[in-house]
Design a protein around this ligand. Structure first.
Ligand SMILES: [Zn+2]
Length: 325
């Protein structure tokens, strides 16, 4: 049993919680702390976004702690993001792996392309959150929502997230608290108002999907649903032959009226020049790949349908019910 474990702050990233524990524990090395809490030592910070063997930690927190496994993964890890577009059984497998020891790499179970998730190279922060947290709690901390792929804006403060000095890829993982030395203000590029609106919409939709429990029916279903919406939108002829004839050019023309180059350069750098093929592949080839482009799917779904709930054909149940809050 641990003699203490910090109470998590609202939306605190698991790494931040471990860092605060380390500072108060008096342990000499961060490696020692990680082994104490998780029984293993991940050498990259991004691994702590989807940690595993959390049961080891949960069994050892003091009995007075309110922390349990469900709260930990839903509120302090990126599990709710990677759960998007997983079927119930796939999501169950992911949570099972986070609870216990891994049988295969977590990115395979969560179905993400490891290298694309690393394009964000540092932990991000919102300067207003840093100020507010120091006022409210006496210290800053790393927020989980600020590290979610596709989220570039802090919605409560309506401001752009800034990359900190703490890299996600490192040869020697250390404890790096969020503080005024690590979270340094830098000058931000000025973006067009429509780009900011699109980024806000994207962040809002990702947040909504992270908070809701949808029983997703699988990628073949997603592909069919895209096809239905593309027929309705006139991008696929109604009379279907054996082959689906998708008018990718018109689709690209239409989507670029709303989501312009500046938006794609932020969200998916380097793809603008090959967007036509890329989007066609995401729409009609989504069920043949081993990975899920969650951010792109959220953009495509909200472009094709007025409401995420209509697209998924279900009312979203809030995960607060799952957590019994
Ligand atoms: Zn903020």
């Amino acid at each position: 049993m641990l003699s203490f474990f910090p109470n998590p702050y609202p939306d605190e990233l698991f790494y931040s919680l471990v860092t605060r524990y380390h500072i108060r524990s008096g342990n000499k090395s961060f490696k020692q702390t990680l082994i104490e809490l998780l029984e293993y030592y991940p050498n990259q910070l991004y691994s702590l976004a989807l940690p595993n063997n959390l049961n080891h930690l949960i069994k050892r927190v003091p009995s007075t702690s309110t922390l349990n496994f469900e709260r930990l993964i839903w509120e302090h890890t990126l599990y709710p993001f990677y759960r998007i577009l997983l079927t119930s059984s796939e999501a169950w497998s992911l949570s099972k792996c986070m609870r216990g020891k891994l049988s295969e790499p977590i990115y395979k179970i969560a179905k993400f392309y490891q290298h694309s998730e690393l394009k964000q190279t540092s932990l991000k922060f919102c300067p207003d959150c840093v100020r507010q947290d120091i006022n409210n709690f006496g210290e800053a901390y790393w927020h989980r929502m600020h590290q979610v792929p596709g989220i570039f804006i802090c919605l409560p403060h309506n401001c752009f997230l800034i990359e900190s000095r703490i890299p996600l890829i490192t040869n020697n993982l250390q404890h790096e608290p969020a503080n005024l030395e690590n979270c340094v203000l830098s000058s931000l590029k000025v973006y067009a108002p429509e780009t900011i609106q699109c980024l806000k919409k994207l962040a809002t939709n990702i947040e909504l999907l992270m908070q809701c429990d949808i029983s997703f029916q699988g990628l073949p279903w997603l592909r069919n649903q895209y096809q239905n919406y593309l027929v309705q939108g006139g991008f696929i002829p109604k009379k279907r032959g054996d082959r689906v004839r998708f008018d990718a050019k018109s689709f690209l023309h239409e989507i670029l009226r709303y989501y312009k180059q500046e938006f794609w350069d932020i969200v998916k750098p380097g793809t603008y020049g090959k967007l036509e093929e890329y989007l066609a592949y995401c729409l009609l080839g989504c069920d043949v790949t081993a990975t899920i482009e969650r951010v792109i799917h959220v953009i495509l779904i909200s472009f094709l349908s007025d409401s995420l709930q209509d697209f998924f054909g279900t009312k979203f149940a809030q995960t607060k019910t799952i957590l019994g809050i």
